[in-house]
Write a protein that binds this ligand. Structure first.
Ligand code: ASP
Length: 433
């Protein structure tokens, strides 16, 4: 009998996790049982994914850059990647602004609900503001300064320093291109093999994915706040989800128009990564799987994925920027503010920059939202309004973040003639022919 495909297994795992948690919360000891005995397995699963992120970036990017063989190819690909990333982000923010201005979810919030929400989540919102204040204090060139690590081992020891590791790997790869072939060969060979090992590890970890997402979703359900508040925010959440769905549609069209890949192939190839993005709320944790799927199931050459995807995971967050635009306007509407066209254009700029600056971890988009709010003159206390629904929306926007990276990598691959027919490995997805 043919085994269920991986995305179905993951979907079943998610569903089982939700149902199991809903049943367990009926029991007095249920929530504690899930926190003590189920949640740790979810954490182990996420940790194992994060564990290979830094070695993966190092190995694949060094290999990818050195395979390019000349620096002009690197700058050509780099230029295209950044340009397309910025374009998709601006499209995302514009879609977000369009949806929230048409539906006007904030206008329907009553004074009473608003006060209740602000009261309930005041503490959380303050904590987020303190984090964001630290980022705001930084000078204009801080981001550039942070890009260059003073110690590679220190940088590689913290998953939050992804961009520094990327910088080192590209720099190392350039060095490798510039030295004589016979000296470069053994180093390249080492990283080739290293890379293969890491890819194999990803496959092994993915075998546990259905169980991992079961544990993650079960833990999420027992920890989520009351449903009543969710209802008050349903319109806002709907706007974000609608915007995200439209953005996903834009990707499918882009992939189809530019690479002639059908939406079905794209979605089928990407679905395990998308489901994982949904369950983990982290594009960084999903990165290893995104790379594997794009390479083996969508046919993008490793030279391109190894360069475009790690950079995308850290700087290209279309889902996050779209959400920031909707959230900012929603909060303004809830406080009865009318945002001028200039203020909304300002949101396009700040949400684009803020999403670039957001870390690829759960909740990061909300921290950077503070900067968007501050720039547009919207009260930051409004963060408390949207807190209750942030986690589910974070899950959804992370799916779009990851899909956006995959889309751009396909477009870049096509433009440099590196899009091939996908070669799925025999043992991949636990599926034997
Ligand atoms: N969780 C998102 C990601 O990792 C970032 C965010 O929007 O909070 O892609």
């Amino acid at each position: 009998m043919r085994k269920l495909e991986l995305h179905w297994q993951i979907l079943l795992g998610m569903l089982a996790g939700v149902l199991f948690a809903l049943a367990m919360v009926q029991l007095d000891w249920g929530p504690k049982f899930i926190s003590d005995w189920i949640k740790p397995f979810g954490n182990i699963f996420i940790n194992s994914l994060k564990l290979i992120a830094v070695p993966l970036i190092l190995a694949s990017l060094i290999k990818g850059v050195s395979d390019l063989k000349d620096i002009s190819k690197l700058s050509q690909m780099g230029g295209r990647t950044i340009a397309i990333y910025v374009c998709t982000t601006v499209i995302a923010v514009t879609i977000g602004l369009g949806v929230v201005n048409i539906i006007k979810p904030g206008a329907s919030i009553s004074e009473e609900t608003r006060l209740e929400l602000v009261e309930n989540y005041k503490g959380d919102a303050d904590a987020i503001k303190t984090k964001a204040d630290k980022q705001k204090e930084a000078g204009p060139l801080q981001a550039l300064e942070d890009l260059v690590p003073s110690n590679i081992f220190k940088a590689a020891s913290d998953n939050g320093n992804m961009l520094q590791v990327i910088f080192f790997a590209i720099f190392f790869g350039i060095g490798l291109i510039l030295i004589p072939e016979e000296q470069a060969a053994p180093v390249k060979k080492f990283f080739d093999g290293f890379n293969e090992v890491i890819l194999k590890l990803i496959d092994l970890i993915m075998l546990a994915a259905p169980f991992g997402v079961f544990a993650l979703l079960a833990a999420l359900i027992v920890e989520s706040p009351s449903l009543d508040l969710f209802k008050a925010l349903a319109w806002y959440a709907l706007c974000v989800v609608l915007g995200l769905a439209l953005m996903l549609g834009v990707y499918l069209i882009m992939v189809w128009v530019f690479t002639k890949t059908s939406p079905n192939t794209f979605m089928k190839g990407m679905s395990p990564a998308q489901l994982l993005a949904f369950s983990t709320s982290s594009s960084a944790a999903t990165l290893p799987v995104t790379m594997e799927r794009v390479e083996e199931h969508l046919g993008v050459d490793e030279e391109v994925t190894s360069f475009v995807l790690p950079i995308g995971a850290t700087i290209n967050m279309d889902g996050t920027s779209l959400y920031q635009a909707v959230a900012a306007v929603f909060i303004a509407q809830a406080f009865g503010m009318d945002l001028s066209l200039t203020a909304q254009l300002g949101i396009i700029v700040t949400a684009t920059l803020a999403s670039i600056g957001s870390a690829a971890v759960p909740g990061a988009g909300m921290v950077m939202l503070v900067i968007v709010l501050a720039q547009a003159g919207i009260p930051e206390a409004g963060l408390a309004l949207i807190f209750a629904v942030d986690r589910p929306l974070d899950m959804c926007r992370t799916v779009v973040n990851v899909s956006g990276d995959a889309t751009v990598s396909m477009m870049v691959a096509k433009s440099v003639d590196k899009l091939n027919t996908p070669k799925v490995k025999n043992w991949d997805d636990n599926y034997k022919k």
